[in-house]
Design a protein around this ligand. Structure first.
Ligand code: URA
Length: 444
């Protein structure tokens, strides 16, 4: 930690210039940036400049370690050792239609593993777990740590946002990065995710590192680099770590948008729903069981996950969690209780053929401009809007057939959303050259 006298001598403008010019920051300089910004000592525009410099210049391993620890220790580090049993979480680097957390927390908790999950909001074109949970009427993601602890002990899982006590530096910085084009840095993503996750008091962590057109890391080598940074960071802090590099070259599942994604999670918990989403939920749950020591192999973990869904235990746990967090559990039986968009419109294919590619980020942007995400920190989310995707890569489509259905409340930016969807699709006479797997790689 920087001493008060060191802090006084560090001027943020000098640290911004040093990073801009490619210098390596000292631990005291990094701590001064993080603690100064969290205290409100300097404004958003200086932090934005520093973030942009860090994004462009990158960081050394030593800088990343100090940044992660400074963000982690900006708040409390939880300890759940009084709970007998393994505590495991999973975190995704973010994607379009990526809703697995909402299935995994109750699913894995129903198998006897504690899941204390601290999540984030939508970031850029990607959705966020907290925004999705808040689509359930009454669901409170703003629990105090005491409420979080009680719910975890009673239910086995709890899903909340960063409280003022948990990695408060990340909470502030995350919101700023979202609107300043400073998300896509492996170092900033690593520090952001790991500072939250290391504060959670888990024994092990499963990371879902996305790769492809809807991910922040579009190229495989960048996703691998991010995965290894995070695995290394977690191991250094004594956690059992695994990172799955999974595909985000098209939306996961068929629903994009906060309330719509709750509907799709309910389908999965009922043993139905989109095959890709179901497969990834089972795979990630299997790894969570495995790193928790609840199953001897990943295959056993898969079987356990399938069983917990088939016998209704996972859905029962979802109900318990929703009830415990003040939400209306009646949404499970009556989805009309979720926020509903006033209007829908189909976006047709302009030509027939096969879907050769989807620019997944554009679909995320389509949902965002309808009100499903934020362009400015203070934007308010419309939980009802989004898209249902009817055509995925490799599917045949006739001219005029619907590619997606748009759910909207205001027509103000409807045309923009429709254009983004049309532009997202490449339709060709030939099928795509490469069929991408859902799970690309496992890094341990
Ligand atoms: N998720 C996070 O929590 N932080 C990031 O920076 C990106 C995804």
């Amino acid at each position: 930690m920087a001493t008060p006298s060191q802090r006084q001598t560090i001027r943020i403008i000098d640290v911004i210039r040093k990073k801009r010019d490619g210098g390596e920051l000292s631990p005291a300089e990094i701590e001064a940036v993080i603690s100064g910004y969290t205290r409100g000592d300097f404004p958003d525009y200086q932090m934005s400049a520093w973030l942009m410099a860090a994004l462009i210049r990158g960081m050394s391993k030593a800088e990343l370690a100090t940044l992660t620890e400074a963000m982690l220790h900006s708040g409390q580090v939880l300890d759940f050792s009084e709970l007998a049993g393994p505590k495991v979480d999973k975190h995704s680097t973010g994607g379009v239609g990526d809703k697995t957390s909402l299935v995994l927390a109750p699913l894995v908790a129903s198998g006897g593993v504690y899941v204390p999950m601290i999540s984030g909001r939508g970031l850029g074109h990607t959705g966020g777990t907290l925004d999705k949970l808040e689509a359930i009427p009454g669901f409170n993601v703003n629990f105090t740590l005491a409420e979080f602890r009680r719910t975890l002990a009673r239910v086995g899982c709890a899903m909340i946002g960063q409280t003022a006590e948990i990695a408060p530096a990340d909470k502030e910085i995350y919101a700023l990065r979202d609107v300043t084009g400073t998300v896509e840095s492996p170092f900033l993503i690593c520090a952001s995710i790991m500072s939250k996750k290391l504060a959670e008091g888990v024994d092990a962590l499963v990371l879902d590192v996305k790769t492809g057109s809807g991910a922040f890391m579009k190229k495989m080598e960048d996703s691998e680099f991010l995965a290894s940074l995070m695995v290394e960071t977690g191991k250094r802090m004594g956690k059992k770590m695994v990172a799955l590099i999974t595909d985000m070259d098209q939306p996961l599942g068929n629903y994009v948008g906060n309330a719509l994604e709750i509907v799709e999670c309910l389908d999965i918990l009922e043993g139905r729903g989109a095959a890709d989403l179901r497969e990834l939920c089972i795979e990630e749950a299997a790894w969570m069981f495995c790193v928790a020591g609840r199953s001897g192999t990943v295959q056993e973990g898969r079987q356990l996950s399938e069983k917990l869904i088939a016998q209704g235990s996972a859905m029962q746990k979802f109900r318990e969690m929703v009830r415990a967090q003040g939400g209306d559990e009646r949404v499970v039986d009556d989805r009309a209780r979720l926020p509903q968009a006033k209007s829908t419109v189909a976006v047709p294919a302009v030509q027939g053929g096969l879907v050769a590619a989807i620019d997944c980020e554009r679909l995320g942007v389509a949902s965002l401009v309808l009100g499903g995400g934020r362009e400015k920190k203070e934007d308010v989310i419309d939980p009802a809007v989004g898209l249902v995707v009817h055509k995925k890569v490799g599917d045949g489509v006739a001219a005029g057939e619907a590619l997606c259905t748009v759910y909207y409340n205001s027509g103000a930016r409807l045309e923009e959303a429709q254009a983004a969807i049309t532009q997202a699709y490449t339709i060709a006479p030939e099928p795509p050259r490469e069929r991408r797997p859902l799970l690309h790689k496992v890094i341990q």
